[in-house]
Design a protein around this ligand. Structure first.
Ligand code: NAD
Length: 527
């Protein structure tokens, strides 16, 4: 199946036999998997390995198999499903080195940031295995007619859930939403991103080893507009993570079928440095939040809003911390920042910086590609004097590029943070955490970190995570992160038959009875 030269960074354990054991999970029975796609490895811009590509007919037949498998899966107890997830958790932790290699090979990110995916996914798996049952438990509610009726709210699986996720966190985003979807009793039709199919297939194989029945999780591959659209057309709920533009297109398509969507989209996330902030601490938090994953992270920081009182001290600390970042590449823990994932990413980041500089931005650090390090390597970059006419001012760069903005006072900082249409994540650095928390309420963002740049809120998996404005709809994590994969059903039971005027009695006597009940309840202070 492989043709031509392959990337020299291919992990040694990925033998032909292991590769075949991963490829077998691509759902291609209709087409026979004759067409293939080969991603390009960011470390050397050479092909990785070919993966079969699905047709829309493959997607349809995968959905049909998932549908058949869903009922028996939902028929198991929550505990039995959780056992599978907990075994997956244990295997993931034990075998992490393999998936770290794959994530690095397919995305180029530093190994520490690949490991953060393992940490987050393991945490999500454990959380929902332990707490999901209570999030979905039947709920007894106050009935319509006290004593004569009773009612419960149930949570039923949607059926087949579609999951479409991008390449930037192929393990966490590809599997982190799948786990609550499965635990809620759904089958899943997941589309692997074209850049990172091996990471998702590795997770699929591991889930099989953990005991997931064969057809409950189908993996399809292929380009977004064709195969992604076929997924939207085949499922009962769609969980999409990606850009705002694609999210909007996906939501429109889903709307035509009247299926629910959760959309985790882009950001242009601000970090506020208050006048009382410790400049060194704020600089450390900024560097981690801006340059981790080479800035290819939905919650990463691209705008730093600094109070004039601390601007010079913070900028000096930021530049020192930035110059300490080791840009490099290779499997292993030797570097802080890896290259960008694709040529398209390199071109977009370069174009944003070139545009900003041409319009008057000042480069305080970085500002150029490093082909001497790797074909897609780009320096961590800090810009000042960024103005509204620059593409990167309010548009997502999705790269290691920070813009500094100087303001005076909290009100101006909040106004600057709330500029633009995104609202995913934000951060505030301050010695006065109460003041920072009070500011959080006024910042339009799905999550606000205080004295941390980006990871703290997303790592708090008991709390919801998601976007406002152009950053999305719906939430992952916490109770909402699993309930979105269910339909609420109300079961109301009458002890005496249909509620209404008894046969042969005038309607007025029933109305009088009802009015007496309304008045009595009001007098008793009930409802
Ligand atoms: P993208 O929207 O181009 O692609 C995302 C996924 O959608 C890919 O798997 C792609 O194949 C698929 N796709 C493309 N067109 C489609 C279509 N018409 N129908 C269905 N599926 C389609 O995004 P990208 O550039 O690959 O990823 C980066 C973006 O994702 C950034 O904007 C980033 O902020 C965002 N993101 C958001 C979150 C979050 O949780 N909010 C997390 C990670 C990334």
């Amino acid at each position: 199946m492989d043709t031509g030269p392959v990337s020299a960074h291919r992990p040694a354990w990925l033998t032909g036999a292991r590769l075949a054991s991963l490829r077998r999970w691509v759902a291609v029975p209709a087409s026979g998997g004759k067409t293939t796609h080969t991603p390009i490895a960011p470390y050397d811009a050479l092909p990785t390995v070919a993966v079969p590509v699905c047709t829309p007919e493959d997607v349809e037949s995968a959905a049909a198999r998932a549908r058949t498998a869903q009922e028996p899966w939902a028929g198991l107890s929550y505990g039995a499903r959780a056992e599978v997830v907990l075994r997956f958790h244990d295997l993931l932790v034990a075998r992490q080195d393999e998936v770290l290699d794959l994530i690095q090979w397919e995305t180029g990110k530093a190994r520490l940031h690949a490991w953060q995916e393992v940490l987050l996914l393991g945490t999500v798996a454990r959380h929902y295995a332990r707490h999901g049952r209570s999030y979905l438990a039947d709920r007894t509610v106050r009935p319509a007619v006290p004593l004569l009726t009773r009612a419960r709210e149930l949570r039923l699986p949607k059926g087949v859930v579609g999951i479409i996720a991008p390449w930037n966190h192929p393990l966490y985003l590809g599997v982190g939403d799948l786990i609550p979807a499965l635990l809620a009793g759904n089958a899943v039709l997941g589309k692997a991103d074209g850049q990172t199919p091996l990471t998702l297939l590795w997770a699929r194989a591991l889930m099989a080893e953990a005991g997931l029945p064969e057809n409950v999780w189908q993996v399809v591959t292929g380009d977004g507009p064709t195969i992604g659209s076929a997924v939207v057309d085949a499922v009962d709920h769609l969980c999409f993570t990606g850009s705002t533009a694609t999210g909007r297109a996906v939501a429109e398509r889903a709307a035509r079928r009247l299926i629910g969507v959760s959309l985790e989209l882009g950001g242009k996330n601000p970090l506020i440095v208050r006048a009382d902030a410790d400049p060194d601490l704020a600089a450390r938090g900024t560097v981690e939040a801006a340059f981790a994953n080479s800035g290819q992270m939905c919650v990463h920081i691209e705008r730093v809003i600094v109070d004039a009182a601390v601007y010079d001290a913070f900028t000096a600390a930021l530049l020192a911390a930035t110059s300490g970042q080791r840009l490099g590449q290779g499997l292993g823990y030797g570097y802080d920042i890896g290259p960008l994932a694709t040529r398209a990413q390199l071109e977009k980041v370069g174009a944003h910086v070139t545009d900003a500089v041409a319009k008057g931005a000042t480069v305080l650090a970085g500002g150029r590609a490093r082909p001497d390090i790797g074909p897609y390597a780009y320096q961590p970059t800090v810009l000042a004097d960024v103005t509204d006419d620059m593409d990167l001012c309010l548009g997502e760069t999705f790269g290691p590029v920070l813009a500094l903005h100087r303001v005076s006072g909290d009100a101006a900082a909040i106004a600057a943070a709330n500029r633009g249409r995104h609202g995913l994540s934000a951060a505030v650095f301050s010695r006065d955490t109460a003041a920072a928390e009070a500011m959080a309420r006024r910042i339009r963002a799905g999550a606000v970190n205080v004295n941390d740049g980006a990871g703290l809120a997303i790592g708090t998996v008991e709390a919801p995570m998601g976007g406002r404005g152009d950053s999305g709809l719906g939430r992952r994590h916490g109770p909402e992160g699993i309930r979105r994969f269910t339909d609420a059903q109300t079961v109301a039971v009458s002890r005496l038959g249909p509620i209404g005027p008894p046969p042969g009695r005038p309607a007025e006597s029933f109305v009088n009875l009802g009015n007496r009940q309304l008045r009595l309840l009001r007098r008793l202070g009930i409802r």
